[in-house]
Ligand binder design. Structure first.
Ligand code: SAH
Length: 461
């Protein structure tokens, strides 16, 4: 079994720090069912690839449960287990890259949540038709898959049920490993271990922050838990309901740009921001321009953050946010959440005292000459430890079908910035108010036009 992982973010060899495996060496990992080896065929500052190969011990395999192959006599000896990505590979990932999978890096902790330009290659993956796309695209991956022939020497035999798979996304490494850890065994039908109740905890821990909102949540849970009805029901009950369902019931003020809807970019963006905020382990978060409460509801459901406040100038948006939050069990929300009306252009003591502030797709709704007041209010007066600001990347607009040149994504947008314009603004704000700032693309990146949205992460010095 084979997995390759390529980082193309500048200082690409940071991958070695995160994986706790030095790129110059070859690392062996003992596994109960065989041996894993990690090595780096390429390790330069521009591109760094780590490969994990897993050799399954054939004797152990014959004795193990996973080798049983539907009563076919030779199934014990001739089967796909040594090649196809399966639960064996997931276990090997957790053994070889356990620290990275659990989001820890003592030497370079700042790398853990940094979204990186990552590519994964899996040469043999068993998957029902269309399922690779359905599983990975909602998580923001670019998916390239090719159905493998049953036997290349005899094309007439047709295609096999295996695919060669390449995934690419800008995500924190730990999240990518969690996606693989859960989705590989869900795709493969066999599990080499006994699936009991403890598998639910493992699934929910690795699925935290993304599984509950995944459109194929039920399929994933059912397959991961090997179709055991009782376990599947329990796991699904413990997972929060899918936000998309409630979105249909809750009326909308139409704050989400029409052109973006097709690819549910906003959902992906909110998931990523929620994920990044949760990773800072704040005690208190304020969502400024919280709108209909989509980020607040994610933070309530998916994290243990004790205090989550939302502020918006629109009382109609806040009513809708209230309705959305009421759907969350009282025990999860009471004492943690507060929504209030306010404006980002007036100093407000209620904005003070938070570890993290978020402004998700808000600044572009203010007239440019009001931005200075917003800077004062957020960065000078409220002065949270970290501020996450996202805004559309105007360069990407040419890729939206049917959008006229020079048009903005939403009727209420006062401006949309290029990546350079956003960087210039954010760097100046950081310098003026004693913050450092880093930038992340949000959504699938286009080689020339960048990602659909962009995020600046400010940290007070
Ligand atoms: N952050 C939300 C909503 C984005 S839409 C989300 O990601 O889903 C932009 C929001 O900013 C709207 O809800 C709008 O009411 C709010 N807004 C615009 N100007 C504002 C201001 N001056 N003060 C506070 N909120 C404002």
């Amino acid at each position: 079994m084979f997995l390759s992982l390529t980082n193309r973010t500048p200082d690409a060899t940071d991958l070695g720090h995160l994986l706790h495996k030095h790129p110059a060496r070859c690392h062996e990992v003992d596994l109960a069912f065989g041996k894993g080896v990690v090595f780096y065929p390429k390790a330069t500052a521009e591109e760094c690839t780590a490969v994990l190969t897993v050799e399954v011990d054939p004797v152990g395999l014959v004795r193990s449960e996973g080798a049983r192959n539907g009563g076919w006599a030779l199934g014990q000896y001739v089967n796909d287990r040594p090649y196809a990505a399966s639960s064996f590979l997931s276990v090997a990932i957790s053994r070889a890259f356990g620290t990275a999978l659990n989001g820890r890096c003592t030497k370079r902790p700042e790398l853990v949540d940094r979204p990186m330009d990552l590519e994964v290659k899996l040469p043999v993956v068993q998957a029902p038709e269309g399922m690779l796309e359905k599983l990975f695209q909602p998580l923001g991956y670019q998916v390239a898959s090719r159905r493998l022939p049953l036997e290349p020497a005899f094309p007439a035999w047709g295609e096999s049920r295996y695919h060669e798979l390449t995934l690419r996304a800008t995500v924190p490494l730990h999240l990518l490993l969690k996606h693989l850890f859960v989705l590989i065994p869900a795709l493969d039908r066999d599990k080499h271990y006994w699936v009991g109740r403890e598998e639910i905890d493992k699934l929910l821990a690795k699925g935290e922050g993304w599984l509950s909102a995944h459109p194929e949540r039920e399929w994933i849970v059912r397959r991961y838990l090997k179709y055991q009805k009782r376990l599947t029901r329990e796991a699904l009950e413990r997972l929060a309901p899918e936000p998309d369902e409630e979105d249909e019931e809750v009326e909308s003020t139409g704050t989400e740009p029409e052109v973006e809807k097709k690819i549910s970019l906003h959902e992906i963006r909110l998931d990523l921001v929620a994920e990044c905020i949760a990773a800072c382990h704040p005690q208190s978060v304020i969502d400024l321009g919280c709108g209909e409460g989509k980020l607040v509801s994610r933070l309530l459901r998916q994290t243990k953050i004790p205090v989550i406040h939302g502020m918006d100038v629109s009382s109609r948006a806040l009513e809708i946010a209230d309705e959305r939050l009421e759907k969350i069990p009282a025990a999860r929300r009471e004492g943690r959440v507060k929504l209030f009306t306010g404006s980002l252009i007036y100093r407000d003591s209620r904005l003070r005292g938070h570890d993290v502030a978020a402004l998700v797709e808000v600044i572009e709704h203010l007239d440019p000459d009001r931005l200075e007041s917003l800077e004062e209010v957020v960065f000078a007066a409220a002065a949270p430890g970290k501020v996450f600001v996202t805004t559309p990347n105007r360069e990407y607009n040419v890729l939206f079908e049917g959008m006229k040149p020079g048009a903005l994504r939403h009727g209420d947008h006062r401006f949309e910035w290029t990546r350079a314009e956003f960087r210039e603004w954010a760097s100046r704000v950081a310098a003026d108010h004693g913050y450092t700032v880093g930038f992340e693309p949000l959504g699938e990146e286009h080689a020339e036009h960048g990602a659909p949205s962009q995020m600046a992460v400010f940290e007070r010095v």
